[in-house]
Design a protein around this ligand. Structure first.
Ligand code: PEP
Ligand code: MG
Length: 593
């Protein structure tokens, strides 16, 4: 019988496929597929790691014998036994052989399967052995991660080896893991946790893959290999659907594709409103390779290059100046003379560096990471790393128009320190006679403090870009990644709209460019409102661009001016807007009749 699981719709469309469950773990687990011919090597890698952990346990046992309590020695015996038990040893190899998972993923997948069996055990003593199993598996994963990684990664598959489409189900997927899946391995994503603008959701949208997050028990209800439908429009996951439901969703998939093909024809049309207002539509990208999709969608430049994604999945070392320079240059060249806005790293909160790299940088794990050492705070706390990034960006600017964007800046002292670092880095490059280019420097407005003292920002920066995802999070004190408060995450909140409206107005009055690069820019429900607030520059995932362009083409901005004034003074802006739009659409229909 089919089961329905509800969550938050975060990336539109329908995906149908077999579930691949990715276990959550307290340690970093790399997830990737290996090439079929790599299976033998990967199994040997796993066995080497297991032998290594066995030797460590034996050495520990020898070391503690004599003066340690008998329980400790017995515990080490249990760990050794678990490590060599077929349920862990050979079953893990099967994940590698049959599914072509990398060894770390195989261990995590088998841990998940065994954990479920332990949870169902009647005997309390046996049930409690789950913790031992977790410790053994995590030690094995850590040992694997310290060693060599498989080289033959199958990155660009849309389906499993037997041509069955796959969808990913997990308690949580880190943005770093999402990036590993960027090659198109999965047709859809479901997670138990997460909010609409969590970075996992953002990456799913950037992949243009249907996704549902915050589906609470999904990873417990759905079993490995279940057929599931992900309805990314409704936030619904259907497990084991009936043939009739499957047919209905296959029809919707075909309709979705037809709509996308229709919108794609707008690609070369300039974005101009019905009353002649020219609007700039830019792309948000995570990696230089995304520039191709940006051009394909008709973007007029990159409004947000989230450079922190270059810093993820690094296995303990950060990209150096040459590597970063090559990546930024690649994006600049790919955009063929169109501007590329590179945001300096926004590491921290729900985009942590992997634990090995964190260890090197000695940044403590914070209890409240969204409020902690994140984005520009991180960069200023690590001037060496920041200088390397600034050098790479300034050098890339010698190949085409580059804008430098500073995330989460809110303090006058941060403004001074940042601009000073940029000036000093430029001076050093000039002294060294290293080619570099002019850059416009902009600030992201994503903390209420920044929006409230916008004139100061406008005095110091060439442009501003509103990061609505964080501006909403910080204005309303709602963790954007926490599904339990997702219902309070409200772009229509009067305080949020007030800050967006004043930022756009003040920037325009000062003759400074203002863009919105948060998720609101790619949400067609807000296009008319943002246009009416005076916004003329939107940056979004390339996949969202055609639908937003269509909205722009159908909007008459002047006719919305009176309504937007009412919206801004209302306690319930959404209701006022919807009532006003309903009336004007009816009026237009009557006029046409
Ligand atoms: C934002 O906060 O709106 C934004 C664009 O930055 P990010 O989503 O990467 O935090
Ligand atoms: Mg942000």
């Amino acid at each position: 019988m089919s089961v329905q699981v509800f969550g938050l719709p975060v990336s539109r469309g329908v995906a149908i496929g077999r579930a691949v469950l990715v276990a959550s773990s307290r340690v970093d687990v790399a997830h990737y597929f290996i090439e079929p011919e790599q299976v033998g090597t990967e199994v040997r890698r796993l066995k080497r790691a297991r032998d290594q952990v066995c030797r460590e346990f034996e050495a520990l046992k020898l070391g503690v014998q004599g003066d340690a309590p008998a329980e400790l020695v017995a515990l080490l015996d249990v760990h050794l036994m678990l490590l060599n038990d077929d349920l862990l040893a050979s079953a893990t190899c099967q994940w590698i052989e049959e599914r072509q998972y990398n060894a770390e993923w195989a261990v995590a997948a088998q841990l998940e399967t065994l954990s479920r069996q332990f949870d169902e055990m009647e005997d309390e003593y046996l049930r409690e052995r789950k913790a031992d199993l977790e410790q053994v598996a995590e030690r094995l994963i850590e040992t694997l991660a310290r060693g060599e990684r498989a080289t033959g990664v199958r990155a660009s598959l849309g389906v499993a080896s037997d041509d069955v489409p796959l969808v990913l189900v997990a308690n949580d997927i880190s943005p770093a893991d999402m990036m590993q899946f960027k090659g198109g391995v999965f047709r859809g994503f479901v997670t138990d946790v997460g909010g609409r603008t969590s970075h996992t959701a953002i990456v799913a949208r950037s992949l243009d893959i249907p996704a549902v997050v915050g589906a609470r028990d999904a990873s417990r209800i759905i079993r490995q290999d279940d057929w599931i439908i992900i309805d990314g429009d409704a936030g619904l996951v259907i497990v084991d659907p009936s043939p009739m439901i499957l047919e209905e969703y296959r029809f919707r998939q075909r309709q979705g594709q037809l709509e996308r093909d229709r919108l794609a024809r707008l690609r070369h049309r300039p974005a101009v409103t019905l009353d002649g207002q020219r609007v700039e539509l830019l792309a948000n990208i995570e990696l230089p390779a995304d520039a191709a999709a940006a051009l394909e969608a008709g973007a007029e430049g990159v409004g947000l290059f989230r450079s922190e994604f270059l810093f993820m999945n690094r296995g303990g070392h950060l990209p150096d100046e040459e590597e970063q320079y090559a990546a930024y240059r690649e994006a600049v060249l790919a955009m063929r003379g169109l501007p590329v806005t590179i945001r300096t790293v926004d590491i921290g909160a729900d985009k942590p560096l992997d634990r090995m790299t964190l260890g090197d940088l000695r940044h403590e794990h914070s209890l409240n990471p969204a409020m902690g050492l994140r984005a520009i705070r991180w960069s200023l706390a690590d001037p060496g790393m920041f200088t390397v990034q600034l050098r790479a960006i300034l050098r890339a600017a010698s190949h085409g128009p580059v804008r430098l964007l500073v995330p989460m800046i809110s303090h006058p002292s941060e403004i001074r320190a940042t601009l000073d670092m940029i000036a000093r880095t430029r001076a050093a490059l000039l002294t060294e006679q290293v080619a570099c280019g002019e850059v416009l420097v902009g600030a992201m407005i994503e903390v209420p403090a920044a929006a409230l003292m916008l004139p100061v920002f406008l005095r110091h920066f060439d442009f501003v870009s509103i990061g609505t995802n964080d501006l909403i999070q910080y204005t309303l004190a709602i963790d954007r990644a926490d599904e339990s408060v997702a219902h309070l995450y409200e772009p229509w909140h009067p305080a949020v709209l007030g800050l967006i409206a004043s930022t756009i107005r003040l920037a325009r009055e000062a003759g400074r460019e203002v863009c919105v690069c948060g998720e609101m820019a790619g949400d067609a429900d807000f296009t008319e409102l943002l246009l009416a607030l005076g916004l003329r520059s939107f940056s979004m995932h390339p996949s969202q661009l055609p639908a937003i362009k269509q909205r722009v083409l159908l909007t008459e901005v002047t006719s919305l001016e009176a309504l937007v004034a009412q919206v801004l003074s209302s306690e319930d802006p959404r209701a006022v807007w919807q009532a006003g739009r309903g009336r004007s659409l009816l009026g237009a229909a009557a006029h046409a009749a």
